[in-house]
Ligand binder design. Structure first.
Ligand code: SAH
Length: 390
């Protein structure tokens, strides 16, 4: 196996367990590199660090899969890891729907597997993990005997690894419009055409957090996608719910979901650009008891982080203005580039500009089937905040 030697002074990050090894942290590679192959990593004085996969096209040269010298990287390795992933979720009570594999947080860098009951959606986001796709599919078949497996590798990050964007079946074809249960509700999930892996499982617990505040309330939900927060609000006793999303197909799916749950008389959905509409309605003095915001990431890179800050501030400012005194703002941010501390600062700035006082009700993160690993910052990505707006 090819060997990679780190520079004399290795960073604390690698020493304390972070799985990424950047190009500039490597002193030398023993033999010629075959992109995607498994390599052994050593310190400059030949102490074993771990095994992982290598890609010279990527700034992250090696991503470690194990720190155990005895552990071989083969089909059995992936089978064992997937069993561990399942056991962890089971232990925490995630049996039906969950993120089964959350990449680095499960020591399977750049692998995402979402489980929607008997159906699985996978993403292999780097070359090194993509090569193991057949082993991963085989293990999923052996462990879960699924009704279907689908690949949603239609994501731009793959191109940075020299991989094509693609999607399709990794099992016999099946009807990709499935129905899932969540918190006693039902939702259509479009595995083939939905956004990302098709459904946002990371908010599944947070959706329950709105239970009491939406009772008898007039609710506005922005960035509603297929309506999961909005339909929860209706089920929890809201008087009326309006959901907005810029994607017409998401709005259509949200309306079907409202019907599926028998709340079509309470829930309406409209196609709209939230930035325009929230601004306009705030100007007109419209107000709601509860305003919910769950925008997309706004930025993917550190260079454009200011765009994200400006975007979050803008919509939260509008959201607060649209909240009746004593009402509630339910607000999220899903980019790991905006830390929880920074997110709270942005909310404080928005409150100051809106001239409203806010009282924090709860501040949460993604559901525990997406574990946060201390020291791997990008595993702690979702911020979910409820404030009372006075
Ligand atoms: N709340 C949803 C997830 C929202 S994802 C859930 O729990 O499932 C973010 C959504 O924002 C996407 O559906 C996207 O179509 C929508 N979106 C992006 N930009 C928008 C804009 N300017 N106005 C309204 N919606 C927007």
């Amino acid at each position: 196996m090819n060997r990679v030697y780190l520079k004399r002074k290795i960073t604390n990050r690698i020493a304390s367990g972070h799985p990424w090894i950047f190009n500039n942290e490597v002193e030398k590679v023993e033999a010629e590199i075959n992109a995607g192959e498994t390599v052994e990593v050593f310190t400059h004085d030949k102490k074993f660090v771990g095994k992982g996969y290598i890609n010279p096209k990527s700034q992250i040269l090696v991503r470690l899969l194990t720190r155990e010298k005895k552990e071989d990287i083969n089909e059995q390795f992936f089978f064992n890891r997937l069993v561990q992933c399942r056991e962890y979720r089971k232990k925490l009570g995630y049996i039906e729907n969950c993120r089964l594999v959350f990449g680095e947080a499960d020591s399977l860098p750049q692998l995402i597997v979402d489980k929607f009951n008997d159906y699985f959606v996978i993403q292999t986001l780097s070359l090194g993990i993509d090569r193991w796709k057949p082993a991963i599919v085989k293990a999923l078949n052996e462990i879960f005997n699924p009704k279907g497996i689908y690949e949603r590798n239609d994501v731009p990050v793959r191109e940075m690894e020299g991989l094509p964007q693609q999607k399709g079946f990794l099992s016999d074809p099946f009807n990709t419009q499935i129905t899932i249960n969540e918190n006693g509700l039902q939702f259509y999930v479009d595995i083939e055409n939905g956004q990302k892996t098709s459904y946002f499982l990371d908010q599944q617990d947070n959706r329950r957090s709105i239970q009491h505040i939406v009772k008898d309330a007039e609710v506005l939900g922005s960035f509603s996608y297929t309506g999961s927060f909005e339909i929860h609000a209706a089920k929890y006793g809201a008087k009326s719910v309006l959901g907005l999303d810029i994607s017409n197909s998401a709005v259509q799916q949200a309306m079907r979901n409202a019907e599926l749950n028998g709340v079509q008389d309470i829930c309406r959905f409209e196609t709209a650009n939230a930035f325009d509409v929230l601004k306009q309605w705030a100007k007109e003095g419209k107000q709601y008891d509860v305003v919910m915001l769950d925008p997309p990431a706004f930025t993917k890179s550190r260079e454009t982080i200011q765009n994200a800050i400006t975007g979050y501030k803008e919509i939260n400012l509008r959201g607060m203005k649209l909240t009746k005194p004593g009402g509630f703002l339910v607000t999220s941010s899903c980019t790991s580039l905006v830390s929880p501390e920074l997110f709270l600062q942005i909310i404080d700035m928005a409150a100051k500009d809106a001239r409203r006082k806010i009282r924090q009700v709860t501040f949460q993160t993604q559901s525990p089937d997406h574990p946060v690993i201390r020291g791997i910052d990008n595993t702690h990505y979702l911020k979910f905040l409820i404030v009372q707006v006075q």
